[in-house]
Design a protein around this ligand. Structure first.
Ligand code: ADP
Ligand code: MG
Length: 319
């Protein structure tokens, strides 16, 4: 039976490029670059709540770090360091090796150092704390939205929720559609380059983890504004192309979680700059509505022009 220290040394102690001291001591030592503010966030993944206990450990490793990287992307911050607190029911080395493989694959993709953590026995759960840097004052918060700002979303929200529906046997997708949806669910791609490019351009931003409308509600609350979402502008066609039925596709797009796309607002004068960023990053950016001066009012405009309050909300663990 490997000891806790063997496990850490074998699986979690990798070279760290951006720090003075990483895994192995009582604390890690890192130096933020001059003029930078630290952006810090933590996210916990619990078996049975956020993933199935028999999930592929390599995919779980990727996702555990990716959802944290996404939180920094959503601030316009550059991820640099991460800590991993993990509880494991048993010292299953094959499982741990696969998990670490997926986690470090994501770490390499985003140039993040794993600088420390904690390893204990217990019900399977993983908590990452991620630390990044952003030039002082340049972070994009949820509170900067103003009436008249455009509302934008990146990529293809709804794919991950369709993937989950397919796993639960609630959606019938064609083979290629199923592959794309499961990939979105299991290997989310945090939009770091987009987040960095939107510094000085976006007025408010967050990553969509709990559903587009529910997360939009957080921007409305923090910015004390309302919004009108144009149903005709939502990227629904690519979801229908997976073979999903129309009502389910719409529900996944508006309320599905786990996509980790960025939802952001910006003054209309920024449209050309935003479109140029989308072309440069080869990432579709959809302008899906506008902020209004009516605090908290979230309205949907249907394709026939009918305007109605949104009933859909995001995922709430205690709701
Ligand atoms: P302490 O007794 O000081 O809490 P630990 O024995 O828990 O130290 O950890 C030893 C070293 O290994 C520390 O540097 C810690 O940050 C690191 N560490 C423990 N678990 C992990 C992990 N899962 N991933 C990365 N580093 C870890
Ligand atoms: Mg410890």
């Amino acid at each position: 039976m490997p000891s806790e220290f063997d496990l850490i040394r074998r699986h979690f102690d990798h070279d760290a490029a951006h720090c003075d001291l990483a895994v192995g001591d009582d604390a890690a030592l890192m130096r933020p670059r001059p003029g930078m503010q630290l952006a810090v966030s933590t996210d916990m993944l619990v078996a049975g709540t956020h993933f199935f206990a028999d999930a592929d450990p390599a995919l779980l490793g990727w996702k555990t770090l990716a959802v944290n990287v996404s939180d920094l992307a959503a601030m316009g911050a550059e991820p640099r360091w991460a800590l991993l607190a993990i509880a494991l029911p048993a010292a299953d080395e094959a499982w741990i090796a696969a998990f670490a493989g997926g986690l470090f694959e994501c770490a390499r993709a985003h140039d993040v150092d794993l600088v420390g953590g904690d390893t204990t026995r217990g019900p399977l759960n993983m908590t990452v704390t991620i630390i990044g840097e952003v030039p002082l004052g340049a972070a994009i918060t949820r509170s900067g939205g103003r009436p008249g700002d455009d509302l934008w979303v990146s990529g293809q929200p709804g794919l991950a929720a369709l993937g989950l529906a397919a796993l639960r046997g609630e959606a019938k997708l064609d083979d290629d559609g199923r592959r794309r949806c499961l990939d979105a669910l299991h290997r989310p791609q945090p939009r770091v380059a987009l987040g960095l490019a939107l510094r000085g351009i976006a007025s408010a931003m967050l990553d969509v983890s709990d559903g587009l409308l529910g997360d939009l509600g957080h921007i409305l609350e923090r910015s004390a504004v309302g919004a009108v979402v144009e149903v005709a502008a939502l990227p629904l066609a690519p979801l229908l192309a997976t073979g999903a039925d129309a009502a389910l596709a719409r529900r996944c797009l508006l309320s599905g979680g786990d996509d980790y796309e960025l939802l952001f607002t910006a003054p209309p004068a920024q449209r050309p700059a935003i479109q140029a960023i989308g072309r440069r990053l080869d990432l579709p950016l959809h302008r899906i509505g506008q902020l209004s001066g009516e605090p908290g009012a979230l309205l949907l405009r249907e394709t026939d022009g009918r305007l109605h309050p949104s009933a859909a909300t995001g995922y709430d663990h205690f709701g």
